[in-house]
Design a protein around this ligand. Structure first.
Ligand code: RIB
Length: 297
């Protein structure tokens, strides 16, 4: 069983600020760093570091060879990443003194996928394989449709949430992984339990995994209802914590772990990620997650 993650690859330009810049304000940053990122790339690397056989599909620009290289170095199959003229996607990220972020996206090559490419990529996958998607590449509906027709299990992290993803055939999704902001946007509910219940009503064949940062995470689906408290750590940068969680949850699920183990492993990986700067650079190796558990015992 293979995982195909069809998603974005970005350069992240990260600025350390005292507070997020306000409308009309000019603000100096304390530092600027460039990291590899993109919700797609981060989730592929989290999957691979967690031990899942992972293929990434997407597009990079003429400046994107380093994005492909970091996938390869992490053990992600890059056969389905294509080059397009122009620039790769990038994100301008502010990190404040509490480690919170604000992200501005430039889509670049992430917006250049074609129906022809989607069909070609998906033709290499079959029933039982997993398609993972976020909402940072163009043509999400076409990707979902092709994967569904092939009998793939579709996992969706509907992030960043917008009208376009809300308009997709979300009834074809088997697993939603989302945070409470996205849960509220999808359901109109406020508490995560209410959101999970509403999502189960809206998409009865789907499993739901909802994260609520420091307040932990929950699962609701055919296997029952489960929750997991978050691990207490000193956060320096929350970028890619959700991506790390998603990659580790899916990898653990494919390794046959129980829902409780999947939630716990994904929460531990995300907790490690927030103690480190950057996106890809913050995602732990599987051994580090195991050592984190040993240390906590
Ligand atoms: O989820 C974090 C990611 O969101 C960053 O790496 C940035 O590239 C944006 O896509």
């Amino acid at each position: 069983m293979k995982v195909l993650n069809y998603g974005s690859l970005n350069y992240d330009y990260v600025y350390a600020v005292d507070h997020m810049v306000q409308a009309g304000e000019t603000l100096s940053s304390a530092s600027m760093e460039t990291h590899f990122g993109g919700k797609g790339l981060n989730q592929s690397i989290a999957l691979a570091r967690a031990g899942a056989q992972t293929c990434h599909a997407g597009m990079v620009g003429e400046d994107g060879r380093d994005l492909i290289a970091v996938c390869k170095e992490s053990g992600v199959n890059t056969d389905y990443i294509s080059l397009h003229e122009g620039r790769s996607g990038h994100a301008v990220i502010q990190i404040n003194s509490q480690g919170e972020n604000c992200i501005l996206l430039f889509r670049g090559a992430n917006g250049k996928n074609s129906e022809k490419k989607i069909k070609e990529v998906l033709s290499h996958f079959e029933r039982g394989d997993v398609l993972l998607m976020q909402n940072e590449v163009n043509l999400p509906e076409e990707i979902i449709r092709e994967a569904f027709e092939r009998g793939m299990k579709i996992a969706l992290n509907p992030s960043p949430m917008d009208e376009r993803i809300l308009g997709c055939s979300l009834d074809k999704v088997s697993l939603f992984l989302l945070n409470e902001v996205e849960g509220r946007q999808l359901t109109g509910q406020t508490g995560i339990e209410g959101m999970a219940e509403k999502l189960r009503e809206m998409y009865p064949r789907a499993e739901i995994v909802l994260t609520a940062g420091k307040r932990g995470c929950i699962y609701s689906g055919e296997k029952g209802s489960f929750s997991c408290a978050s691990f207490t750590v000193d956060a320096v940068d929350t970028t890619a914590a959700g991506d790390t969680f998603t990659g580790y949850y899916i990898a653990s699920m494919l390794q046959g772990k129980s829902v409780e183990e999947c939630l716990r492993t994904a929460s531990a990986a995300a907790a490690i990620a927030v103690t480190r700067k950057g996106a890809v650079s913050s995602i732990p190796q599987r051994e580090e997650v195991e050592a984190f558990f040993d240390f906590r015992l």
